[in-house]
Design a protein around this ligand. Structure first.
Ligand code: HEC
Length: 122
């Protein structure tokens, strides 16, 4: 009995810590849409538009079910990070939207925002 009283609270703390860690890991993987909005508004909106349908010729419509967001996260993260040009495109997508300061986390966050705001969950 004595040992239970001694170690019980510590076990509870350990479990709470593990849950927090697990939450952090999930957020890192899926991205934070609220933070992604700031990235979008700062870097992407000029070409892709507030409504995600494209502001200038050559930009795709994110809201279309068969549009770019129907692709896997891994593909989209690569295309956002490295840039992308489809065959016969009027204009390529610049790497990181032309903002080299964007981090990997920024890109995961902005993708989460694209999916939340315009997208079709996959
Ligand atoms: C200078 C204009 C411009 C900016 C800024 C820009 N894009 Fe793009 N983006 C484009 C164009 C043009 C395409 C279409 C390229 C093609 O199909 O060849 C595109 C395509 C995309 C695609 C679809 C890729 C695919 O696989 O079909 C995604 C996702 C995307 N942009 C996300 C972003 C994000 C996120 C940002 C901000 C970090 C951003 N873009 C900033 C012009 C831009």
């Amino acid at each position: 009995m004595k040992t239970v009283f001694q170690y019980g609270p510590r076990l509870v703390l350990l479990a709470a810590g593990a849950a927090l860690l697990a939450q952090g890991a999930m957020a890192a993987e899926t991205g934070d849409a609220a933070k992604g909005k700031a990235v979008y508004d700062g870097t992407c909106v000029f070409c892709h538009g507030q409504n995600g349908k494209g502001e200038i010729p050559g930009t795709p419509d994110f809201t279309k079910a068969s549009g770019p967001l129907s692709q896997d996260d891994s593909v989209l993260i690569q295309h956002i990070t490295e840039g992308f040009e489809s065959p016969g495109a009027a204009m390529p997508m610049p790497a990181k939207g032309g903002n080299p300061e964007l981090t990997d986390a920024d890109i995961r966050n902005v993708l989460a925002y694209l999916r939340a705001q315009f997208g079709h969950q996959k």
